[in-house]
Write a protein of this length. Structure first.
Length: 135
């Protein structure tokens, strides 16, 4: 849970200075998915494709209700150069965030994980936060 909170807080800081795109709520996920693919970050995992448009709109307006909505807002609001830099540094960025969301569980429920999985998740989270710090 702390890993999710730290990652979400960093996304919120990055999004604070960006202008939201001018598009309808129904276009959010498809547009984010297309940008993720186009810049070499791969397809959106299920944990991101199922984020409700209202949550994404909240993230675009400066509220950070969920980590998933922050990730999609980041994809929608970032310029081409930023997304290329993320893909060059960590092509698994979107998949790593998807794994963090999936492993967190619903409602931030604690989930017992083997020590090796915890360490892998921790390393991926640190890499994601580092990339967001440099974005």
């Amino acid at each position: 849970v702390d890993i999710c909170a730290a990652t979400q807080a960093r996304f919120h800081q990055v999004l604070a200075g960006l202008l939201p795109p001018d598009m309808n709520d129904g276009e959010f996920v498809a547009t984010a998915r297309e940008k993720s693919r186009r810049f070499g970050l791969g397809d959106l995992p299920d944990s991101l494709r199922t984020v409700r448009p209202g949550m994404i709109r909240d993230a675009l307006q400066g509220r950070a209700p969920t980590l998933g909505s922050c990730v999609l807002a980041f994809l929608l609001m970032s310029d081409d150069g930023s997304l290329r830099a993320v893909a060059d540094s960590q092509p698994t960025f979107i998949m790593d965030i998807g794994n963090i969301i999936t492993l967190r569980g619903h409602g931030n429920e604690p989930r017992p994980l083997p020590k090796a999985d915890i360490e892998k998740l921790r390393r991926a989270t640190y890499k994601c936060i580092k990339i967001l710090t440099e974005a």
